[in-house]
Structure formats: C-alpha cells, structure tokens
Design a protein. Sequence first.
Length: 256
Amino acid sequence: MRRLGAWSVGGVATAVAALILASSAASPGGAATAVRGGVTTAAPGGATPAATRTAALAVGRLQYEGGGDWYANPSSLPNLIAAIRARTTIAVAPNELRLRLSDARLWDVGFLHATGHGNLRFSDEELERLRSWLASGGFLHLDDNYGFDESVRRELARLYPDRPLVTVARTHPIYHAVYDLPDGLPKIHEHDGKPPEGLGIFLGERLAVFYSYESDLGNGWEDPGTHPNDPPEKHEAALRMGVNLFVYAVTSRPVS
C-alpha cells in the first residue's frame, strides 16, 4: 500500500514530540490540554519556537465535481492554517493546496477539507483513489455549509457501503486533542434549528472521515467581519475545533 509522502516521516511519535500546545496567552478564554501524554508548554508570549518545527505539511481543499461551490469560504483555510502555525509547533505549509482526487499531490496531503452549498459527486475512479488515500493515513473533513448534506451522505455511502456514518462520541480525542471541548462540535450558524452533529467513519479504531453537520465550521474560520453578527467567541470556538481536527489527523495516522 502506498503511504503518504511527507506525512509518513517519523510517524506518530515525531508529530507528538513536535507539538507544543496552544497556551492561554495565544488563545484567551481557556487553556489547552495535553495530547496523548505530551507536555503542555509554550515559548514566552505563546510563540512557537521555529527550531522545534519539522518539515512543512500541507492542508488541502478538495475540488470536486457535481456543481457544488467547493471554493466556498475562501478565507477559512488560510485562517485555520495560521492558527495551527501560531498555536502548535507542527510545521504547516502557509498556503492551502487546491486539488482534485486525481492530483498526484494528494499523497502529500494528510488533511483534506471539503465544503460547499450544493452537489458533491465522485466518479468510481475517484472513490477508489480516496479509499486508498484514507487507508494510507489520510484524513477527510467534510463541512456542511448548508445544502451539502444530501450529497455528502450519498457519496460517503458509495465510498464505504459497509461503514455507515456514526456519531462521534464527545469523549473521542477529536474533541480533546488540544482544546478540551466537552460539549463536542460547536454551533456556529443556525440553519434549520438543529443541533450540531459530529459524524464519522472509522477504519479500525482510527477516525478517518469527519463530517461536521449543522455547525458551519468553515464560516467560523473565515475572517472576522465576514459574518457581522458572529461574536469573536464563535470564531475562536471554530478555530479550536479546527486545530483539534488537524492535530488528531496528524497524530492518529498509522506508523509506517
């Protein structure tokens, strides 16, 4: 089985050793928690020492077919990447990669984000490639930006017919990897008056696909002021969940 490129180097131990958790100075309103027994430390003022960073990793935005606006929330991933770089010592490339599943660069991405308001559709070839990438340690995050739900559930059922979406328990590390989020997925925007749901698909014990439904994390990651009625607390809550997602993706991968 083909392994992810830069993400395979050093395995889980290197990722955990390289990680410095967000300090309360870097993120007012609450302290971070340790990851898998890691030590909670930070440089003075919450800065991340450059000397502790490893080779840069990439965050990807999935360009998909079907007519949905895969490019929605353009400032979301840049802000999430900036938060990861500021709050951890994981060396993340400063710019998102926009790519299709057929792109050779997929194997250099360990965290792939997909969002939109419309239809998502995978070809049979794309599904096979996505299964292979996920089995090699990739992590897929789908974020319901309203109007995305029906096609997401349909395509995930095609991806893994024998692995239904399940609720990810609030005790799962995805909610505690860096920031302790005891209430689970934060609610950023109201759509149909439903509570947010964190749903997932597991490959063995590893959460490989996470679907944030009725939350709108991507809107919360966008530049402050993009959604004028959103208080700063929602922006921060969304970023904390995003940092948790990324750190879990890095630290849960199979050791090559």
